[in-house]
Design a protein around this ligand. Structure first.
Ligand SMILES: [Zn+2]
Length: 329
């Protein structure tokens, strides 16, 4: 999601991994007529920043696209899918402003100019805080000459997205949770305030009992960089109370409700451990055990998990509360 010179993603990937796409890509798709949704899995390519999952929902008045990825290759796949079914994308939903989910908005709107963007207003704070801070860090890293050509290309992609903030800002802001009609299709659109970001959007489709959770659910470790940890815990409790049978996370494979509860329990225990007197290493070990089903073979998450315990969950109160109500943003 981020543009820092050395992201935690890179750290995980550098440890060596399974055939990345094979282990984290979604399952083979059924034929379009049978699908309650169409998943275009996000990418995890070694040495590159990731793309989040993108999902299409078919509506009477066109296609709804949830998240637009970061890389042009992902947007090309999305546009090709829409063309293949012969319907326009009329609604884009960003689950959150991280650029692996929203960086492709401009490309999608260029191909489908009538598409309206539905997102929370959290990007406004990000455009003033996190994104320029990350950009300054990335520019320093570029100047140092330490970036690989792939890292430099990813950073420039993110700079371009930041230079066109009109494509990150919603046409229709999501300011609360309500039933909405998108592309002629009724969906429960939910705002989780102060969770993985200042405003995460997650969707429940009552017709098919599927939740689209964005990065409120992810493999490896919860990405706490811009998170209010307790708000995130509350968002997971709300998702838990929803009568869904399948959940599509922001990255990785769709999961059943039971499997989601395993993730939610692991998340809660990580926060509880970090708030206790137990050692950092004990918290990391517990996470790895609790969340083993979400850590693909070949991935090592120790360094990422330790980073989040030390730098986010056990940071000084100001830093810990930075992305919570009243925080510095
Ligand atoms: Zn993401």
């Amino acid at each position: 999601m981020r543009i820092r010179g050395e992201s935690n993603w890179m750290k995980a990937l550098d440890f060596g991994l399974c055939a990345v796409v094979a282990c984290l890509a979604g399952p083979a798709s059924a034929s379009p007529a049978q699908e309650p949704y169409h998943l275009v899995p996000g990418s995890f390519t070694p040495g590159r920043e990731p793309d989040g999952n993108s999902i299409f929902l078919d509506g009477p008045r066109g296609l709804i696209l949830i998240d637009t990825g970061r890389h042009p290759e992902q947007q090309a796949r999305l546009i090709a899918y829409a063309r293949s079914v012969g319907k326009p994308i009329v609604a884009i939903v960003n689950t959150h402003w991280h650029l692996d989910h929203s960086g492709g908005n401009a490309e999608i709107k260029a191909a489908f100019p009538r598409a309206k963007l539905y997102a929370s207003r959290a990007v406004e704070g990000a455009l003033k805080g996190f994104l320029p801070r990350s950009r300054a860090e990335a520019e320093r890293y570029l100047r140092s000459g330490g970036a690989t050509p792939e890292q430099a290309a990813d950073m420039r992609l993110d700079f371009a997205a930041m230079d066109a903030p009109q494509f990150l800002r919603p046409d229709v802001p999501i300011t609360g949770s309500s039933r909405m009609t998108l592309a002629g299709r009724r969906l429960q659109v939910n705002l989780a305030p102060y969770a993985a970001t200042e405003g995460d959007v997650w969707i429940y489709d009552p017709a098919t009992h599927v939740v689209f959770a964005g990065d409120l659910v992810v493999p490896l470790v919860p990405f706490l960089d811009t998170a209010c940890p307790e708000g995130w815990r509350r968002a997971l409790a709300r998702i838990s109370a929803t009568p869904f049978t399948m959940l599509v996370p922001g990255h990785g494979d769709p999961m059943t409700h039971t499997r989601f509860e395993t993730w939610r329990r692991a998340y809660g225990r990580l926060l509880d451990c970090a708030a206790s007197a137990r050692s950092r290493d004990a918290c990391v070990a517990e996470w790895k055990e609790d969340a083993a089903a979400f850590i693909p073979a070949g991935f090592k998450v120790d360094e990422m998990a330790a980073y989040y315990v030390d730098e986010r969950l056990r940071a000084k109160p100001d830093e810990r509360q930075r992305y919570c109500p009243g925080g510095a943003g």
